[in-house]
Design a protein around this ligand. Sequence first.
Ligand code: SF4
Ligand code: SF4
Length: 347
Amino acid sequence: MIFRVIDKEELRKLFYILVADNTVIGPVQKGTDRDGNPIYVFEEVFYFKDLKLHYTTTKLPAKRYFLPFKEDLSTFRINGNDWEKSVDYNIDRPYIFFGLHACDINALNKLDKVLIESVYPMPYYAAKRKNMFIIGFDCIPQPYCFCRSMGADTVLHGFDMYITDIGNRYFIEILSDTAYNFIKTINAKEPKESDHVRYMKTVAEKNKKFTAHVDTTDLTKILDMEFQSEVWEYWGEKCLACGTCSMVCPTCYCYGVEENVEIDLRSARKTKHLYSCNLIDFAEVAGGHNFRFERYVRLKYRYYHKHRGFVEAYEESLCVGCGRCGEACLAGITVPEVIASVRGEEK
Ligand code: SF4
Ligand code: SF4
């Protein structure tokens, strides 16, 4: 890893160098919520002033640029006595993600394990992931963030460069040749000892700001022991089975596939759309039998996939502790509270 420091106005220059030839996606503000707090989303950015690098958490994660909510997998057309199949990975131009937090980069690293490195890789995801240049940006922990408990508050790979605001300057970690070449186009310097000290102080100050916490000690074993616990019915009673938690989650990747034939019966398309295991028909099979008819069973399985099954397969949880699901849930169900209740702590 190579380190550099830049004066703050150099970042503006870097942005305009990047945006000249690429599509830049970053955090922008979209109004305020009912309490007057800013709402942030990831969107295409044209001007540096619109890039809100000190944002809190976006409502929707970055995954919509890698796993769109709805995507055509293939189209079919009858041509004479034959038929043609067309496959498009839906990549039209190079993308730059400017300002992803560590938890969201860790989420992509987890998706990579399933959608790129597994026995059945998904080329649609892999193509978009490889087409994306990622610039990470350090965050300010919010009251709902428990990424530290999940080991996702820092990130070591899965990005091209990572920027930390150390007060008077930006401290930059460089991981790829492309990032190094971009950095050479602005006035970047080798960090001095005083920059290292500032960086370490910044990290120490950030660590003091975490307030939410999940005790993950022996969690997979505890989940095995508590499979029949009544706490699942307690949370299932509250759950509205709306599926919002999966939609806002940066690591939920389950999807359904449907095939539609056009009205002229000469063409068709196969479409993938993201789905939630909390929706009532998620485990319904041909013939109408539903393996997870009860809400509490579906909610329980979502937790078992993230904190039990994925850990067994990959030795890490499928949750990065971003807190989005708890913030978005109309029933007020949060991961720290659910896990605490399973562990026998007060609900
Ligand atoms: S967002 Fe809340 S209410 Fe909706 S499915 Fe998820 S846990 Fe249930
Ligand atoms: S389960 Fe919730 S806290 Fe964990 S990664 Fe998904 S949205 Fe974030």
